[in-house]
Design a binder for this molecule. Structure first.
Ligand code: GDP
Ligand code: FE
Ligand code: FE
Length: 198
């Protein structure tokens, strides 16, 4: 894979830099997401280089300290309400800015897919959906519903987005964890979309 259109690193250099930023376990997850993203990209006609790069970078900010995100929210003039949330929400939405800076990544599509990988959006691009779903179904994932999610993803990417979002919201609600408004927008958007496209 040649990333030179997007970043000034070879694949080897990129993998090294990503691996250094996280635990071995998380790095294995990242490689699994890349594999799943490439499968989905081929099935649904998404650019493989962009899918690979978005997958390899998506959790780069996951082990970054809270103070860094809080400072970035001010620096980048992001919605101050973001400060009430935590790493789970920040590592994509805010982390994308850190990734852009650390890797010299300027491609807006890859940037957006990374931003949306946890919470989604009511309308997503093909690349957004590929990363969002790949993150959920990568081969290393093992949780109730993942087999069904993989089957759905092999049939319809939009159905897979809807299924994943509903599962995530149900899981968070059951545990009494607050749901980020954009996650609810994703849910509403895809439930509506599927109803209209039956
Ligand atoms: P990961 O980074 O590969 O573990 O996966 P994600 O980036 O998709 O999700 C990170 C964490 O955020 C998971 O534990 C999700 O359940 C959680 N998450 C997803 N949506 C929301 C939300 O709306 N609110 C909260 N509080 N957590 C969420
Ligand atoms: Fe993530
Ligand atoms: Fe992930």
């Amino acid at each position: 894979m040649n990333y030179r259109d997007y970043i000034d690193l070879s694949r080897e250099e990129l993998l090294e830099k990503v691996a250094t930023a996280m635990s071995e376990k998380r790095f294995r997850h990242v490689l699994g997401v890349e594999q799943a993203a490439l499968d989905l990209a081929e099935r649904y006609g998404c650019d493989a280089t962009k899918a690979s790069l978005a997958a390899l970078l998506h959790d780069y900010a996951k082990e970054v300290a809270d103070e860094v995100f809080l400072a970035l929210i001010d620096q980048k003039d992001l919605d101050p309400d973001l400060k009430k949330w935590g790493n789970n929400i920040w590592h994509g939405l805010v982390g994308a800015h850190l990734i852009a800076a650390d890797f010299g990544l300027v491609d807006p599509e890859i940037f957006q897919a990374i931003q949306r990988h946890t919470v989604g959006a009511s309308q997503m691009t093909l690349l957004d959906k590929v990363l969002y779903v790949a993150d959920y179904i990568e081969p290393g994932r093992d949780f109730p519903g993942v087999t069904e999610a993989r089957i759905i993803a092999s049939q319809s990417l939009d159905q897979a987005v809807a299924f994943e979002t509903a599962q995530t919201i149900a899981h968070l609600a059951k545990k009494g964890i607050p749901i980020y408004p954009q996650t609810l927008e994703t849910y509403n958007g895809y439930v509506r979309f599927l109803k209209e496209n039956k």
